[in-house]
Design a protein around this ligand. Sequence first.
Ligand code: AHR
Length: 494
Amino acid sequence: MNRIVVNADLGRQTISRHIYGHFAEHLGRCIYDGLWVGEESPIPNTRGIRTDVVEALRAVNIPNLRWPGGCFADGYHWQEGIGPRDKRPRTINFHWGNVVEDNSFGTHEFMDLCEQLGCEPYICGNVGSGSPREMAAWIEYLTFDGDSDMANLRRANGREQPWQVKWWGIGNENWGCGGFMRPEYYADLYRQFQIYVRDYSGNQITKIASGMGGPYIEGTEVLMRDVFKRGGPGVIDALCLHYYVYLREMDFSATEFGEKEWFVTLQKALEMEDSIKQHVAIMDYYDPGQHVGLIVDEWGTWYPPTPGTNPAFLYQQNTLRDALVAGLTLHIFHNYCDRVRMANLAQTVNVLQAMILTEGEKMILTPTYHVFEMFRGHQDATLLPLELKCDEYAVGDAALPAVSASASLSKEGRVLLTLCNLNPRAALDLTVELRGMNAGAVNGRILTADDMTAHNTFDQPAAVHPVPFQGARIAHGGLSVQLPAKSVVALTIN
Ligand code: AHR
């Protein structure tokens, strides 16, 4: 018996649109090729930025973009990425394959990209190899309206008006590639650096501490105790968590796998909830008033390197399995939206669980992209509490709930109910009771395929794409849904 009760009149919390955020690092072909092709490129572009990719991302209402890393951020010196492009230094991207970085994509190009996308910039500053002075100067360069050297340098480089930058990361993965620091050492550095992260000319920065990876909670404890408890909300506004469905060491690929690997991937994706719970428990202890947000600013699948590609470039294909990972992970974020204020999929183009893949002038949208498009209506909508009873999806001795679901109410009064059937073998019948609402009409779309390894290629770009869904009908003021195996469904109910 599969049954969902949606409490349509009990919504209290907002699902921030920033949960649908993205991450673009100087890594492999994400920035170069994926987003930036240069003004001289035959690939259609606006001031060097790919038109096709911008249009695709605008179509999903991309709310924010995190840049320049990742690991890259703690080796990045922003002054190398401003001024005439032919005069910018050639540096080494030592984290990602020692490729030469010509710095042609820097601050102005990133801010232009955000303006073209209509999204908010989230900049991650350099703590690992930078200084408070360097970080302070970057913020002044970006946001100060007055007659200072940094603001005048920005003007000399072609930008008169300051930009608004609300989201500012103080380092990345300080416990790993960002400096291999003890939590206590990072907490001290954080306290020092954040002093120099200033608000100028009406700009208001959300200060984001680089938090932990996956289940490791030590750093969260130290940040909440030694930074928040001692300094208060003005000192730290959010801390982040990175959680990957990390299967790099496994013996299967992004596109060649069987049901065992399908199951393990989804099982690991569901563990995101345990991670969030552990971090939230610590945050609740020190901060019951919920001043500090949790930002999951890197998440997604991470498979073994694709044969024939540079293993440091983290290029991987994206199948229906990734669509299920995206759907159920977004549902988890919704459920913790009182604390989870932002999340950023890793990464936007050509890296890890990408939204978009490019090859020369060609571009394809991945199954993950389609989930973000189908779930768009959840952005800034009111989360509707729901109760779910469902079958198990079992493989061997292990079992997962077969269904993942989430519902929200838009400002216009429409309910969006999104559903994932994790079972690749069995369709299921689902009854949806809508408390506090009488359903008058339902429209739906579905993302599925015959094969669980189905994916889009440059020759077959629409092998996996959403189509109208006929399996939902109004029944007794609620819904009766036939949910196909291995599917993601979005239902709009009026
Ligand atoms: O997204 C790839 C890398 O994963 C990021 O650079 C780093 O922060 C994380 O370990």
